[in-house]
Design a protein around this ligand. Sequence first.
Ligand SMILES: [Zn+2]
Length: 378
Amino acid sequence: MSFKNKKILKLILCAVFTVCIFLFFLEDIILAQANQIKGIKKITILHTNDMHGRVLEEKDSGMGFSKMNTKIKEIRKKNPNTILLDVGDAIQGSEIATNSKGESIIKLMNAMKYDGMAVGNHEFDYGYKRLLEIRDMANFPLMTGNILNENGKNDFKPYIIKEVDGIKVGIFSVLTPDTQYATSPKNIKGISFLNPLIASNELVKELKEKDVDLIIGLTHLGASKKGKYSSIDIAKNIEGIDIIVDGHSHKEMNMKVEDTLIVQSGKYTENLGIIDIKFLGNKIISKKASLFTKKEGDKLKEDREIKALINEIIEENKSKTKETIGKSKKKTYIVKSGDVLFRIGKKYGIGWMELAEFNKIKNPNKIYPGDIINIPIK
Ligand SMILES: [Zn+2]
């Protein structure tokens, strides 16, 4: 091929490439313009449930808070009309959570800018008084509509109404009455649990009277047959709930019952739940649910702010544990993501086998972030 022909070929390829790129974005451009003309609005609901304090990324489990927050920020940037919700059982279940009686998790959820959270059964595990302290630490409302204190009053908001881009979003919450049997009786002394079906019915009625455009139920009930009440019962028996974001049964759900979309995002930050709702004026025209999985999040960078906060919490915990066991002949180490016993041992000049024996670890490959390793002092 002559030099001139090569040049022409290059020019043609360049032109084809430019047209391709243009066509690739054209659909988005047209869609965005059409939406504007038609008055279509989009609200995105992000949801988590049953995180159980699993703050750190785990190899065979969740993506952890810092990677998840990178995704949350990305979605918020794309659509500022985004609401972030949790459906309970967040503050208990890991060393990081228990060491501060749930405070560390609330600190992180504040930094992630949660908009609301349902009270789950495990939120009672540090006692009711502590739960009220946790409620006050949160920058977002802790909600539940079916418990009463010993004076017959509800210490929590049964629902909230959020106005997003001119759309009124009503969000209510109920939890499983099985909480009565699932936690130590001293944690729920004087508390009565009401039937979640009756409570939901009342709350939906109230929200309808307040003219909301979208009703979301955060149900820490689950969908298993074991419990007396399930999120599916709520959808079947109560009219007018657009979306139920469920928790408690640690399941991935995306189903329609009557006109209600029911979703649940699993557990331990294994997924971030996403629901896109489109409105024409103030009427819902579509609801679409999906999950952003841990695998999809593998390549994400950790969010710096959340990562720094987690490290700070781990350091605080370390000194606390050191204080409490000050006089005993051991130090402690909290396992971080990617740690192996061999390297932890090396840090303290101890063989991994000795470390495994000292900690009664049967399989040295099975140590997980948040685990505490005791280091013998020689
Ligand atoms: Zn639960």
